[in-house]
Write a new protein. Sequence first.
Length: 265
Amino acid sequence: MKITIVGCGNMGLIYARAFLKYNIVSKENLLLAEKNEARKQELLKINIGEVCVVNDKRISESDIIILAVKPQDFNELSVDLKQVLNNNIIISIMAGMKLERVENALNQKFIIRAMPNSPAELGMGMTAFTSSKTLSIEQIRKAENLLSTTGRTVFFENENLLDAVTALSGSGPAYFFYIVKQMVEAGKQMGFDQHTSEMLVKQTMLGSFHLLNTADKSLDELIKAVASKGGTTEAALSVFNQTGVGENLQKGIVKARDRASELSK
């Protein structure tokens, strides 16, 4: 297999390393296409693939091309890139960039739109994707095999759901980190130093995740198991409910979905 990754920032390199780790592609058959000269020199030092410009003719030989550039850079880049395309399968991980826009800009028909998230760096990411109607099941599975090297994947026929995915799992790690930060700050207010408060919260989050992932209980049942009537947990949850913490968190996520929809237009 031959693969090209266009735009080798953080996520582009995550995919490059994952493909090499699972022997999906060799260094010789992995093209890292970059327009910025300084970045090209950095990629040469890293030495995980062949470095080229975005209109290199070798790109046309790729089975799959991954677009990992910033959405605002796509219009300019597409002018050069479309010169060397040859009905390749193209996977776009550009946030908010609809299939039709990529198809028209590149004059190509085999397009996949994917939304990964940052835990992909550890192979524990969540990636949702959709595709143009022109792709065969075999082509979709080939793309899914690549995306699955960084974690779990889910396919949606309805492209509009990708905006909701962006808000829920794409932005989701930031919400989690935000909640962790508030818990750590509360610990400091109660007398713990930064290190101790972080240790208490991080291990609590880690253990709670594994309990959630293995216990045969609903979320409500898990909450009830900790929050005994008249106890300390119930006192905290009462404040959360009175101040609308849960409701506001949901509103924020929906707002992120709406913003993703705006950006995709």
